[in-house]
Design a protein around this ligand. Structure first.
Ligand code: SAH
Length: 242
């Protein structure tokens, strides 16, 4: 899928993702058209593959960003609280903020917010610089609609919750209980989980992680749905020196 969707501009990339059926919902398309990946990916921003962003980290591939938005979309509306774990470049944090913003009025933090949590300080700073490159990114930071924090995302960020939607951008060793606790009822989490810890492995396909959609229903019941195999960098301890 990757080679069909790449483009030479943000518009071309998004249109290709849409034409190939990766983007299904117009709200996702509009949000992605409004956030230029070149502000977040210093190399080949319009290629549909991950790119290095420094600090041994990558910005995820556009089709994975789309997939996360599509699955979380029913929980992304004005007023939603969103947690983006492993926010890295800040790209998806920005797209989520657009998806919970009603464009008819200036953004305010009182009508929902997105917390980007990242454990590498250099990346928190980088994402802040990236957001400041665009007018709406700058406004989101200024009014507190987007808050970037340095911390261990495996523990979530209880102060900003409970969350309508949680996105995890790196492979978790397990369904971290703090993240499930911080989900609102109803709420949804999109999380890649290492299959080794779930008691199964997909020998032969080379994929040992799966995307899971975790739903917390109104009555607090939690269900988990295994979606498809992926290859993400792991959620880890923070580097000792940074
Ligand atoms: N979603 C981002 C980054 C994806 S890469 C983007 O597309 O730009 C995964 C990110 O998770 C990296 O930036 C990495 O530093 C971060 N990360 C890894 N373990 C973490 C942890 N325990 N807590 C917070 N962030 C973590």
């Amino acid at each position: 899928m990757a080679w069909h969707c790449s483009g030479t501009s943000n518009v071309e990339l998004v249109n290709n993702l849409s034409r190939n059926g990766i983007i299904k919902n117009d709200r996702v398309k509009q949000a992605m058209l409004g956030v230029d990946r070149a502000n977040y990916s210093p190399h080949s921003p319009y290629q549909d593959c991950p790119q290095t962003i420094g600090f041994s980290a990558t910005i995820s591939a556009p089709h994975m960003h789309v997939t996360a938005c599509e699955y979380l979309l029913p929980f992304l509306h004005p007023g939603s609280r969103v947690l983006d774990v492993g926010s890295g470049s800040g790209y998806l944090t920005h797209v989520f903020a657009s998806l919970i913003t009603d464009n008819s009025s200036p953004p305010t933090s009182s009508n929902g917010h997105v917390i980007g949590i990242e454990h590498i300080k250099g990346l928190v700073d980088l994402s802040r610089n990236n957001l400041n490159k665009s007018e709406d990114g700058r406004q989101f930071l200024e009014c507190g609609k987007i808050k970037l924090v340095q911390g261990d995302g495996r523990l979530g960020y209880a102060e900003g919750g409970p969350y309508d939607a949680i996105h995890v951008g790196a492979a978790a060793a397990t369904f971290h209980p703090q993240l499930i606790e911080q989900l609102k009822a109803p709420g949804r989490m999109f999380i890649p989980v290492d299959a080794a810890n779930e008691g199964f492995r997909s020998f032969g396909r080379g994929l040992d992680q799966y995307i899971w959609v975790v739903n917390k229903k109104e009555d607090g019941t939690v269900t988990k749905e295994k979606i498809f195999g992926v290859s993400y960098v792991p959620l880890t301890d923070a580097p000792a020196h940074q």
